[in-house]
Design a protein around this ligand. Sequence first.
Ligand code: DP6
Length: 332
Amino acid sequence: MKAIAQANSNIALIKYWGKRESSLNLPAVGSISVTLAGMKTVSQVHFQEDLREDLLILNGKEALPPETTRVSKFLDIVRETTGLSMYAAVKSHNNFPTGAGLASSASAFASLALASSQAAGLKLSSPQLSILARRGSGSAARSLFGGFVEMRAGKNEDGSDSYAFQVQDEKYWDIHLLIAITSEQKKDIGSTTGMNHTARTSPYYRQWVNTSHTDLKEMRRAITDKNFSKLGELAEFSCLKMHAVAMSSYPGLVYWNSATIECMQTIRDLRRQGSEAYFTIDAGPQVKAICLSAKIETVKSALENTRGVLRVISSGLGGNAALLERIDWNTL
Ligand code: DP6
């Protein structure tokens, strides 16, 4: 009753922000992301007779609420589906900073969905696995797949049509991401709280939801046509629109710091000088530059020389989540 799985993190080009239903964690809008190589979570789930509660070791340390509560609630779904009553010992390790807007919940719940369903003997199809991961975190539904991934908002009340699928694999296009870290601090307002607050209080929220279909359609076309300029412009547009709607809530949510804005300027300056790069930003202050592989060095050094940038992580596109036979935790 034990399994190990790994899943890569992902970054949305067309953003998910807002839920149509909370208890099943159903998104109000669809989204399109790229999966990142080398930014992964490895999780081991071991259901055991002798445990009195679920245990969670996160990055080598015993975790506390709210992390443990969130993981236990997730395991309850697996227990309810299988009729299993055992608690589990969970070990989870990220090879990148947690909680600083680098979407650790995406790779965490994707790896947990795969490991826990396998450990419990649940045989799930890809959409069913994505639906399970979505219950942990909306962006996790996308992290099960490599390359370019689309998540459907769906319409069904039971969430049966709200899952992610692969659009193109990681070898399709040599897109590269450079992530400028501008703060290592845990963010104040997590995405779940932030998006619920936005939906409740922003006068622009309806427009955000209504205009999402066009953005998704155009992004699908940009990917099919391998139109990098269009992909980049749409990614910046969706990012700025998401932050604008969050800023327009009451009280307004600002996830950026001054270095975030400096990085946005650096990227637009690069473009003016003929190096094509675009930015996207999630619910945190880190800036993710998108470029083709020929421009990696130029974009990386421009970001490293931007005021307030602590370091830059470089990543190509990554593959599907996978089960592992064994893991040496010391090498992670
Ligand atoms: C800004 O997936 O973290 O990164 O479903 O409430 O866990 P929950 O939210 P989460 O939100 C991700 C928000 C985002 C945009 C995106 O990844 O699409």
